[in-house]
Design a protein around this ligand. Structure first.
Ligand SMILES: [Zn+2]
Length: 258
């Protein structure tokens, strides 16, 4: 794994889509710059820290396919909280520059994030996430999938999956999907089997998404922060999350060209 930051995710996707983000703190990841992709799927997986990813990797069949033929990077975590981290992933800005710390400040923020910038550039953009976060995009992008937090973690991620596949049927240039199950497993005090079950459900969904996307789609999987509880909780620097970038070049296969 190589060191990059979560703020490099949005500039990397923007560069690929041929759009620009105003004054980002991050920069496009060099290894992915020459990829000839037209579309992007960004899956934000809550709590997918580096340590947890390494431990889970043997179970994650579909993410491993992306990783094997793509890039696996250690991305510096910019925050230990979900909202500021997701705002950084989607804006390319550090928390001190975007000033988003919860859903309410996200609603008030004038900062444009990748889905809005994509849509403003005339490209279809879709966001599938929990209801409070999704509502921020109302009237700004082409497809919004809003999932209530009242669902159980497994049901929540299944609904994220269903709506992501629905979004893909309208062929967006950008889809952002947010999965919550691993974080909930940690906060609910589940054992290692609980983590694995949540992670495998997300991995299964990412396989379905990989099958559904168009050839020429960049697929990015990134954590928002290291896990908050359990055996693999991180208590010291460096705080990092897993960042996996692959691309689909054939209809039934996700890989990178040699
Ligand atoms: Zn989180």
């Amino acid at each position: 794994m190589r060191h990059v930051s979560q703020v490099d995710v949005a500039p990397t996707i923007a560069h690929m889509l041929g759009i620009s983000i105003h004054g980002p703190d991050g920069r496009p990841i060099e290894e992915a710059q020459g990829w000839r992709c037209q579309n992007a799927v960004l899956a934000i997986v809550d709590s997918l820290g580096c340590d947890l990813y390494k431990w889970l990797e043997p179970e994650l069949k579909n993410i491993s396919v992306l990783a094997k033929h793509g890039l696996v990077l250690r991305a510096k975590a910019v925050s230990n909280h979900t909202s500021p981290a997701i705002a950084s992933i989607l804006s390319g800005l550090l928390p001190e520059h975007h000033g988003i710390y919860d859903t309410e400040s996200a609603k008030r923020s004038p900062i444009l994030s990748l889905p809005e910038i994509t849509s403003s550039a005339g490209m279809r953009s879709a966001v599938v996430m929990e209801k409070g976060g999704a509502e921020i995009y109302e009237g700004l992008i082409e497809f919004i999938g809003a999932v209530p937090r009242t669902l159980s973690p497994l049901e929540f991620d299944q609904e994220i999956c269903r709506l992501s596949l629905e979004a893909l049927s309208s062929k967006p240039r950008l889809l952002v999907s947010y999965f919550i199950g691993i974080d909930k497993a940690a906060h609910n005090g589940l054992t290692s089997d609980g983590f694995k079950e949540a992670a495998m459900a997300i991995d299964h969904c990412l396989g379905e998404i990989a099958d559904a996307v168009q050839p020429g789609t960049m697929m990015v999987v990134v954590g928002d922060h290291p896990i908050h509880a359990g055996l693999l909780k991180r208590t010291h620097d460096p705080y990092c999350v897993a960042l996996i970038i692959g691309r689909k070049i054939q209809t039934s296969n996700v890989s990178i060209e040699p």
